[in-house]
Every structure is written in structure tokens, then in C-alpha cells.
Design a protein around this ligand. Structure first.
Ligand SMILES: [Zn+2]
Length: 97
């Protein structure tokens, strides 16, 4: 079975929590999702067709060859979320970046 995945999204998912924790961010669900939205809206998606996880590691390696700039984007996002968390703005359920 073939699957269409955004390798970048998976990579961000696997790494953003660590970056946020390291930067002393709030780790509530809202802040963690806001950080993902912030990062993913700044980068072009990297879609690949893969056979149920096969070659996923290869795709991932290719996608994160510019890992340093991805790390920088994640770091910037963590700083923005930390400076202006949205977790208490219950009257504004949606955040656009
Ligand atoms: Zn929070």
C-alpha cells in the first residue's frame, strides 16, 4: 500500500518538542501545536510517495540535509511561542501564521 507523506511534517513532529523543552517553552498542547504550525507554514512541504514506511529513512535523510536551517526555524518558532503564548486566549481558538 502506497502512502503520501510530508517528510518535513514528520521530521518537525519528531524534533520540535525537544527544541521547545530545551528553550524552556510551555509544553501544553496549544503551544506545541502552535509551534508546529509556525514552523510548517514557513517551509515548503516535502511530499514523497512511499510504500508503507519503506525508504522512509532515506526520504527523511534527504529532507533533513538542510537540517541546520530547519533547526533554526524551529528555534525561532520556539522563541516566538515562548514570548507570546496563545494558551490563555480562549476567545481566539484559531491562530493564523
Ligand atoms: Zn502553553
Amino acid at each position: 500500500m502506497l502512502k503520501l507523506i510530508n517528510v518535513l511534517e514528520q521530521t518537525v513532529d519528531n524534533n520540535i518538542d525537544e527544541v521547545m523543552e530545551q528553550e524552556g517553552c510551555c509544553m501544553c498542547e496549544r503551544c506545541r501545536l502552535d509551534a508546529r504550525a509556525l514552523v510548517l507554514n514557513q517551509l515548503p512541504p516535502r511530499y514523497v510517495v512511499t510504500e508503507a514506511g519503506m525508504a522512509f529513512e532515506e526520504c527523511k535523510q534527504a529532507a533533513i540535509q538542510n537540517r541546520i536551517s530547519l533547526y533554526q526555524v524551529m528555534l525561532d518558532a520556539a522563541h516566538k511561542i515562548k514570548a507570546k503564548p496563545h494558551h490563555e486566549e480562549t476567545s481566539k481558538p484559531l491562530t493564523y501564521y
